[in-house]
Design a protein around this ligand. Sequence first.
Ligand SMILES: C[S@@+](CC[C@H](N)C(=O)[O-])C[C@H]1O[C@@H](n2cnc3c(N)ncnc32)[C@H](O)[C@@H]1O
Length: 347
Amino acid sequence: MNMKDWQNLIMYGDCLDAIRSYREMLSGQVRLIYIDPPFFSGTDYTLKSRSGADRKSAGVLREKETYSDKWEGGLEEYLEFMRVRLEAMKPLLKEDGSLWVHVDGHVSHYIKVILDEIFGYSNFVNEIVWKRTNSPKAQSKGFGSQHDVILLFAANASKFRTNQVYRDHDEKSRKPYSYEDDKGKFRLIEIEAQGIQRTEGRKQFEWRGRRAPYLYRKETLDDWWNMNLIYKSKNGRYTKKQYLSNVPGIVVSDLWIDIPPVQGLSKENTGFLTQKPESLLERVIESATDPGDLVVDFFAGSGTTAVAAMATNRRWILCDSSEAAITVAKERIERTYRSVSYSLVKV
Ligand SMILES: C[S@@+](CC[C@H](N)C(=O)[O-])C[C@H]1O[C@@H](n2cnc3c(N)ncnc32)[C@H](O)[C@@H]1O
């Protein structure tokens, strides 16, 4: 198979076999690999679906097994399973590509060490903490877990860049925008050196009747003045107006607390128990890739990565070893994007 033979691709089978079968085609082609593999949770996962529900009856709730996260050989077997697959994934990445591994505290530290070995410690970029629930279960020992971890490694940290992403303003971030004029709400930004900077023999100059250690050149201050962006306080001090409408949001850090889990009644819920939110995948994709790039998910589950890639105009490959997962993903992708074009291969 050739890259030109398909627009998007679903691979049904073990991702290690998929990588071995398509290594040549994919080598150095992938901008982003996101994986959400089994977490060593000791659980058999199911797909819940309800049929025959009407106003009088709740219908029948069916549970079908999708995949098992039980490991007879314990942690050692799990880590070996992950190691060979992570090793196989790395050569598929482009030089400016990255791998995002979604796990939780059961194994995140072991996986970090394995990734350090495979990618090199210097290519570790971030440990992202995603708050995945507002209501952790009460525990008699220790504390209820409320977060997952996403480990981000660059194929080559010197070539890797993220696109800046923002989250919506919240009550706290809106608070400083307490001033208002005909252009809307604004806050005040210092244009004079403050604190220790002020006393370190910094040059002062006179501007519009006030002598101060300004942080900007006179010409810049004049431009802002002409654009009505300078605010003069009662005591004659100048500051710059920053309008809320000009700030795209809060710059996202490594603490992701604003993306809720998939809600029971939401349109995106497929009944797949470990399904991740589309907005989580959209953030990952938008920060690590550009439109047209190829995004791969080797543990695809219900196909969240493909739906998020379609929403952001990226090409995608999904792989999963569970027939039930492939069925759910296919139905979901076709329902969400009726004119989607993809090929399906069994590995
Ligand atoms: C945690 S789920 C992924 C959920 C997905 N992120 C979503 O939003 O629906 C993990 C998936 O990995 C699949 N899986 C387990 N072992 C695999 C393997 N060796 N190769 C490919 N897929 C595998 C399981 O069938 C399961 O669907």
